[in-house]
Design a protein around this ligand. Structure first.
Ligand code: HEC
Ligand code: HEC
Length: 281
């Protein structure tokens, strides 16, 4: 799935909110924290730690994220887009993302110390300076260090955010759902999704599901990714409770609200069929 820096993304979204919360909390404690608050430009990891992280990365992460972190079947972890997305979020969010959800095949298998080592290596590859001390593996300590854009990197290449092969077939512009299906999806949406994503999908406590940001984020990914996201992780309050058909119905409604044309046939709930339809801006 592609990522785009202004985008409020599945994982990134939580990151930016957490970042915002830190700043809010900061109205009270920022002055206290001020003295210690650091960014990734402040030599917050050691070269030795990054080397340990590199070994772990090569073994457990490179085959999805690319040998040089430029991406592969998974998004890149280096470059302008990655940094733009994580910019100003606390490093604790990145650690949590890594330790809590990676490696995608075996989440939960890394210790915090290993997560910190890999994070150190990510900082190194992103050209942040190394220092004397290891990056702490304590989330509370990492909360006080925010990721920043590197001070001296000019024109960092934008990493392609494609995580799945771009489907060759249709796009959502090709009338891939029916009105009746969208209406069924609307009922489900209003009942199960609207209170977090907004009545009109413009967002609320959760990111919006309509508009340029949303489409920019999902642009060129197969529709199966969006349906999977919905069926496997939503509603956030009860993931796994939707059937594949309900996921397809809600997706039809998402397409309708995003002003894609309806056609005669329903959007299929079949994963292979959904893979052949690309989301387009
Ligand atoms: C309790 C609040 C809540 C409910 C209810 C909920 N969501 Fe979400 N949803 C979230 C949050 C928070 C995120 C962002 C984090 C994530 O991606 O997991 C999200 C992310 C998403 C995304 C990814 C958005 C993006 O582009 O990054 C989709 C699609 C989505 N939800 C669809 C749904 C659908 C469809 C329903 C109803 C079946 C639903 N959600 C119900 C909270 C909720
Ligand atoms: C089997 C493939 C796979 C492996 C192995 C894997 N990842 Fe991922 N990773 C993904 C995919 C797919 C995503 C995008 C979806 C998501 O954010 O969960 C991702 C997302 C991420 C992100 C968030 C990127 C961003 O900018 O939003 C980080 C950080 C990350 N992985 C780190 C790691 C690390 C560190 C390892 C090794 C310990 C690892 N991953 C191993 C597939 C993988």
């Amino acid at each position: 799935m592609p990522f785009c820096q202004s985008r409020v993304a599945p994982t990134r979204w939580t990151a930016s909110v957490a970042g915002a919360l830190v700043i809010f909390a900061g109205t009270m404690s920022w002055s206290l924290l001020g003295a210690q608050a650091k960014t990734s430009n402040d030599a917050v990891y050691s070269a030795a730690q990054a080397t340990r992280g590199q070994a772990l990365y090569n073994e457990q992460c490179a085959f999805c994220h690319g040998d040089d972190m430029s991406g592969g079947s998974a998004p890149g972890l280096a470059g302008g887009e990655f940094l733009g997305f994580w910019n100003k979020t606390p490093l604790s969010d990145l650690l949590e993302k890594i330790v809590g959800t990676m490696p995608a095949g075996a989440p939960g298998s890394l210790t915090n110390a290993q997560g910190a080592e890999i994070t150190a290596y990510i900082l190194q590859v992103n050209k942040f300076p190394a220092g004397q001390m290891d990056l702490p593996d304590d989330p509370a300590a990492l909360k006080a260090i925010t990721l920043a854009e590197p001070t001296k990197v000019a024109a960092t290449p934008v990493t392609p955010r494609q995580t799945a092969a771009a489907p060759a077939g249709k796009t959502v512009k090709d009338s891939v759902y029916s009105e009746a299906q969208a209406t069924r999806g609307q009922a489900l949406y209003n009942e199960q999704c609207a209170f977090c994503h907004g009545d009109d999908m413009s967002g609320g406590s959760a990111p919006g599901l309509a508009g340029a940001d949303f489409l920019g984020f999902w642009d060129k990914t197969p529709l199966s990714d969006l349906v999977d996201k919905i069926v496997q992780t939503m509603p956030a309050s009860a993931p796994g409770s939707l059937t594949a058909e309900q996921g397809a119905d809600i997706t039809a409604y998402v397409l309708q609200v995003n002003k894609f044309p309806a056609g005669q046939a329903d959007l299929s709930a079949d994963a292979a069929a959904l893979k052949a339809i690309a989301i387009a801006k």
